[in-house]
Design a protein around this ligand. Structure first.
Ligand SMILES: Cc1ncc(COP(=O)(O)O)c(C=O)c1O
Length: 448
C-alpha cells in the first residue's frame, strides 16, 4: 500500500471528527452512463426526423444487439419488466404452472409471472454469489414447475452448469435475467446464451443503457414469435413463422404495447458500440478496489474467481460484510463511519420477495383469495424462515461506489475509506445502534 493510503487509514476516524479519508475531487470516476457527442447526435437525428414511433432504428438496434449477444433474435420492449413478461409468454406455459425465481432479486424477475396466471415460487440464493442456489432451486421443483428465472445478480454469473443440468433433468424452460450483467461471461459463454432465452433492462442506471428500455433474445423461433405477438402488433404480421399464431396477426395477444421509442434505440446503438471497452475499464477499477481491500477484516469482495468468467459491467457492485471479524460491529454503524470518511456505501440489498404481502396475501385481481395461491394447484405458502439466506443477507452486504474510470489514486482513496473504518472498528463498538430487523428495500437503489 502506498504511504498516502496508510496515513489516511491511521488518522482518527472522521466519524469522531478526524480528517476524511476521501479528500480529492472524484472527477468523473463515478459518472454513468458515459454520454458523448456521438450519443447526442444519434438521438437528435431521430428527434429531428420525427420518427420516434417508427421502428426502423429499433430493428437496426435489435440486429446489432443480437449479433453482439450471439443469438439469432433480439426484440426490444419498453423496459426490462415488459421484456421479461413477453419472454415468459414466449415460453408457452399454462396458467397455474410454477416458475422458480430467486427470492432476493429485483421484483421484476418474479412478478410478471403473475400477470400470466403463473405462480412464482421463490428459492434461496447462495450467500457468496448472491445468485440462485442450485440446491434450493432443485428442492422447490414440483410436478407443476415449468420454468426458472435465473438472475446474474449484481454482475455475478449464476452457477449455470448446475442450474442447466437441473433444468434439463426436469425439462424446464430457463430465462436468464441479465439486467445486472449484460455482456458478462461464465466459463467463456456469454450470459444469456445458456438458457432458452435472455432478457435485460436497459434503463439508464444499468450497465448497458438505452435510456428506458428492455430487450429479450433467443435462438428459438417460437419464443421469439410469441414475444413479438404479445405486444408488437405492427410487427405481428400474417407471415409470422409460427403457424398457429398467424390468424391472430394484427392485434397484440397480450393487449399491451411494447414498442420502444426510437430515441432509446438510437442511444442503445451508440452505447453498445463502446460497451465492452467501458466494461473492461469498470472491471479493472473495481478489481483494483477489491485488491486494495484484500485481507482487511470484515470485508470480502463479491466477485467470481472461475476461469473465463467475469463481473460484466459490475452493476450495483456489492461487498460481503463479516461482522464476526469485527466483534459484532453492525453494518449500519460501519456504513455510517464509511460515509463520514466521504465514502459511498449503502447497506443491504433487495428484500426477500417471498415475504412481501403481494405474494403472501393479496387478492390482486378480485378472485376472492390471495392471487398467487389462487393460481396455484397446490399449497405454495413460503413462511418466514423458509429461505434463510435471502432473509438474512441484507445485514451482510453493502453497495460500494461505482468505479467507472481507472484512476488508481482516486480508487485508493475510496478503498482507504473502507479500510480505515475496518482497521479502527473497535472505536465504533461503543453505542453501536445495531442493525434494523431488515436492511435493504423492495427495490433497492444503487450507486448512480
Ligand atoms: C434483476 C432485474 N430484472 C428486471 C429489471 C426490470 O427492468 P426495468 O426496470 O427496465 O423494467 C430490473 C431493474 O430494473 C432488475 O434489476
Amino acid at each position: 500500500m502506498n504511504t498516502s493510503v496508510e496515513t489516511k487509514t491511521s488518522s482518527p476516524l472522521a466519524f469522531f471528527g478526524g480528517p476524511k479519508a476521501i479528500q480529492s475531487d472524484p472527477k468523473d470516476l463515478h459518472n454513468w452512463p458515459i454520454i458523448t457527442e456521438e450519443d447526442e447526435k444519434a438521438v437528435l437525428e431521430s428527434l429531428r426526423a420525427g420518427n420516434m414511433s417508427d421502428w426502423d432504428i429499433t430493428v437496426e438496434f435489435e440486429k446489432e444487439f443480437a449479433a453482439w449477444q450471439g443469438t439469432k433474435h433480439a426484440l426490444t420492449y419498453t423496459n426490462g419488466t415488459a421484456a421479461i413478461l413477453a419472454t415468459l409468454f414466449g415460453f408457452n406455459l399454462s396458467a397455474g404452472d410454477e416458475v422458480i425465481v430467486p427470492s432476493m432479486t429485483y421484483w421484476a424477475s418474479a412478478l410478471p409471472a403473475l400477470s400470466l396466471g403463473l405462480v412464482p415460487v421463490l428459492a434461496d440464493i447462495e450467500a457468496d454469489s448472491l445468485c440462485l442456489d442450485p440446491d434450493s432451486f432443485e428442492t422447490h421443483i414440483t410436478e407443476h414447475t415449468k420454468a426458472v428465472v435465473v438472475v446474474h445478480t449484481m454482475g455475478h454469473p449464476a452457477d449455470m452448469d448446475r442450474i442447466m443440468a437441473i433444468a434439463n433433468k426436469h425439462d424446464l424452460k430457463v430465462l436468464e435475467d441479465v439486467s445486472h450483467a449484460q455482456g458478462g461471461l461464465y466459463k467463456g459463454k456469454k450470459l444469456g446464451t445458456m438458457g432458452h432465452a435472455g432478457a435485460a433492462s436497459l434503463m439508464s442506471g444499468k450497465s448497458l443503457v438505452a435510456g428506458e428500455a428492455g430487450v429479450l433474445w433467443t435462438n428459438d423461433q417460437e419464443i421469439y414469435d410469441r414475444a413479438v405477438a404479445w405486444g408488437h402488433y405492427n410487427r405481428f404480421t400474417p407471415d409470422i413463422t409460427t403457424e398457429n399464431l398467424r390468424h391472430l396477426a394484427g392485434l397484440p395477444i397480450g393487449g399491451v404495447k411494447g414498442r420502444l421509442v426510437q430515441l432509446a434505440s438510437a442511444l442503445g446503438r451508440t452505447q453498445l458500440r463502446h460497451y465492452d471497452e467501458r466494461c473492461e475499464e469498470i472491471r479493472k477499477s473495481t478489481n483494483y478496489f477489491w485488491d486494495l481491500l484484500e485481507g482487511v477484516p470484515g470485508l470480502r469482495a463479491h466477485r467470481i474467481q472461475t476461469e473465463n468468467s467475469n463481473m460484466a459491467g459490475w452493476y450495483a457492485a456489492h461487498g460481503h460484510y463479516r461482522t464476526e471479524e469485527l466483534e459484532g460491529l453492525s453494518l449500519t454503524r460501519f456504513a455510517e463511519a464509511v460515509k463520514a470518511e466521504g465514502g459511498y456505501i449503502i447497506p443491504g440489498c433487495n428484500l426477500p420477495l417471498h415475504l412481501h404481502p403481494l405474494l403472501t396475501e393479496t387478492d390482486i385481481y378480485g378472485h376472492g383469495s390471495p392471487t398467487r395461491q389462487f393460481f396455484a394447484r397446490r399449497d405454495v405458502t413460503q413462511p418466514k424462515g423458509s429461505l434463510p439466506v435471502s432473509e438474512t443477507i441484507g445485514a451482510k452486504v453493502y453497495n460500494i461506489p461505482r468505479l467507472i474510470r481507472f484512476y488508481p489514486e482516486l480508487i485508493e482513496e475510496q478503498a482507504a475509506a473502507y479500510r480505515k473504518v475496518a482497521v479502527n472498528y473497535k472505536e465504533l463498538l461503543a453505542d453501536d445502534p445495531g442493525d434494523p430487523e431488515t436492511l435493504g428495500a423492495w427495490s433497492q437503489t444503487f450507486a448512480k
